[in-house]
Design a protein around this ligand. Structure first.
Ligand SMILES: [Zn+2]
Ligand SMILES: [Zn+2]
Length: 307
């Protein structure tokens, strides 16, 4: 089973509370880390979660509000203190390149590793053999992106008996078939197609991360059918007006959105500091979508257990 987990590292909006730190979500996938947002103090939460600072890692910023981006500076410095050698790539909206460059210059910090920073557009943002990350425009008070983290397609099960029957001996030819290439049987000279020996390709899981946003039509298409959706849930029903004004969502709006987008599970986050407990928000959400849950700092969600 693959290691595929979501780590909730900071679940507060705007200001930290005793229980909740600033926005940061980590996805660990087979020893590769992807962070979504990096609010102040994220490096402390990353350390407490035991995720380490030297792994292969990539960072996606949703938007240039302090509570989502200021922690990058601390994270870079902590990584450097840990003698990181591996390159780090940061993706984000317009302004992210200047933010990193200028702060590095003003604070005069040297790094032990290379940092690449890219300003993104909606669409495919990042691609490696293990996973892909897509971005779409969210609806917030400044340019903001939502992200989808998608596992790379997994080929179907290789049927060794069939391969042998078709005259393909174990070895490099099996590997070629597993990677989608046709081969010729050394025994009978006949061509064998991958479909003849591979089962149906296995379903890739998709995780949606909304960042700060109103529920929007554009995001509805983007998040359709996600296995897990992590959505802005800044307010409860009584503060619905604040949600509209500040371009955030209530937990009920997040849940209505999740139901319509036919996602399998909803995890609420980015709670206003005015709520010590978020059980009211969860209750309101469950009226619309029963599979709604609240994130809390330090929570780990094991995606590999999802059927
Ligand atoms: Zn925020
Ligand atoms: Zn914001």
């Amino acid at each position: 089973m693959v290691d595929f987990k979501i780590h909730f590292l900071g679940t507060s909006s705007a200001v930290p509370t005793k229980e909740r730190g600033m926005s940061c979500i980590g996805i660990s996938y087979e020893n590769v880390l992807a962070f979504f947002d990096c609010g102040e103090g994220s490096q402390r939460a990353i350390n407490e979660a035991g995720l380490g600072f030297n792994k292969e890692c990539v960072v996606f910023i949703t938007h240039m509000h302090g509570d989502h981006v200021v922690g990058l500076l601390g994270l870079l410095q902590t990584m450097s203190m840990n003698r990181r050698q591996k390159k780090l790539h940061i993706f984000g909206p317009k302004g992210i390149v200047d933010f990193v460059r200028m702060n590095k210059a003003i604070l005069k910090f040297g790094l032990t590793f290379e940092v690449l920073v890219s300003e993104i557009k909606p669409g495919l943002v990042y691609n490696n053999p293990k996973f892909r990350v897509f971005a779409a425009e969210a609806e917030h008070s400044t340019e903001s992106f939502a992200y989808v983290f998608e596992e790379a397609e997994k080929p179907g099960k290789f049927n060794t008996k069939k391969a042998l029957k078709l005259g393909i001996p174990e070895g490099p030819l099996w590997s070629k078939l597993q990677h989608g290439s046709r081969v010729v049987s050394p025994k009978n000279g006949e061509s064998v197609r991958p479909e003849q020996v591979l089962g149906p390709s296995r379903k890739c899981k998709r995780i949606g991360i909304s960042g700060d946003t109103r529920p929007s039509k554009k995001l509805m298409g983007f998040f359709k059918g996600c296995d897990v959706l992590v959505f802005d849930s800044t307010y409860s029903d009584v503060h619905a007006e604040n949600a509209r004004e500040n371009k955030h969502s209530t937990s009920r709006e997040a849940a209505t959105f999740a139901r319509k987008a036919r996602v399998k599970k909803l995890i609420l986050t980015h709670f206003s500091a005015r709520y010590r407990s978020v059980s009211t928000l969860v209750r309101q959400a469950r009226k619309e979508f029963p599979l709604s849950f609240a994130a809390h700092d330090g929570m780990v969600y094991d995606v590999s257990l999802e059927s």
